[in-house]
Write a protein that binds this ligand. Structure first.
Ligand code: 6GU
Length: 235
């Protein structure tokens, strides 16, 4: 059983959307577990403070190293092999390759950052791996945790059919998905591309490949430049 432990100031947000659809069915089936842990439960003062003002001054609040370290230690018995991830916009960008590795492991401990940041010393002392889900700022790591855990859970054995694993292979090879169509044949005057109803599987395959390449080139020049199987020649 794959285990997700989430350290958060808002434990009531879990499993949240992870209880629905594919991930929710897998949760109910016992393929994975979702354990939300209240960081504030590790606070010791009367007001249960988990944050304090930044050393050196400046705006906002910083998550305390001692409180978070206690919460992490309580959640991870010695020898727990799981990755310990801190979700923060300054982290390394999450990739499908990292997701796959996490899905193939025993689970993940996810710390949801809040406030202006987390005291650097606990990041060092508990060897937290800082991860971001994109170049924009969320108000906390919880929404990022949904994304990270959902991406892992759908890869666990028995969660998905074979169809969707093709999407991963395509993405990991560095190509975005080609356009899809279904009935009706004509929608508001727009017909399904002729090639897709031709029954010529070779032509269909060539069209899809060309479309996937066009979309990748247009939208993600970064992916296009680093795609697998590319030639090093300029195009
Ligand atoms: Cl992981 N956390 C927050 N707070 N904002 C983000 C993020 C994470 N990734 C992108 N923006």
């Amino acid at each position: 059983m794959w285990r997700a432990s989430i350290l958060t100031l808002f434990p009531e947000l879990f499993p949240g959307p992870l209880a629905a659809s594919l991930a929710g069915r897998a949760l109910a089936a016992g393929i994975w577990t979702c354990e939300a842990i209240d960081i504030r439960a590790s606070a010791t003062d009367r007001h249960r403070s988990a944050d304090d003002t930044p050393a050196g001054g400046g705006p906002g609040m910083v998550m305390r190293a001692d409180v978070l370290a206690r919460a992490i230690d309580a959640a991870t018995p010695a020898g727990d092999p799981r990755a310990r991830i801190l979700l923060t916009p300054r982290g390394r960008p999450l990739t499908q390759a990292r997701v796959r590795a996490l899905a193939e492991s025993t689970g993940v401990l996810v710390v949801c950052g809040r406030f202006e940041g987390v005291d650097e010393r606990v990041i060092e002392a508990r060897a937290l791996e800082e991860v971001s889900i994109g170049d924009y700022v969320l108000s906390g790591g919880e929404v990022a945790a949904y994304a990270l855990i959902d991406a892992c859970v759908r890869l666990l054995p028995g969660v998905m059919g074979k169809e969707a694993s093709q999407a991963e292979e395509s993405f990991e090879a560095g190509l975005l998905e080609y356009p899809q169509y279904t009935r009706p044949q004509v929608f508001e005057g727009r017909a399904i591309p002729e090639v897709l109803i031709s029954g010529d599987h070779k032509r269909v395959e060539a069209w899809r490949r060309a479309e996937a390449e066009r979309i990748t080139r247009e939208r993600r020049p970064d992916l296009w430049a680093r795609r697998k199987g590319q030639t090093t020649e300029r195009e």
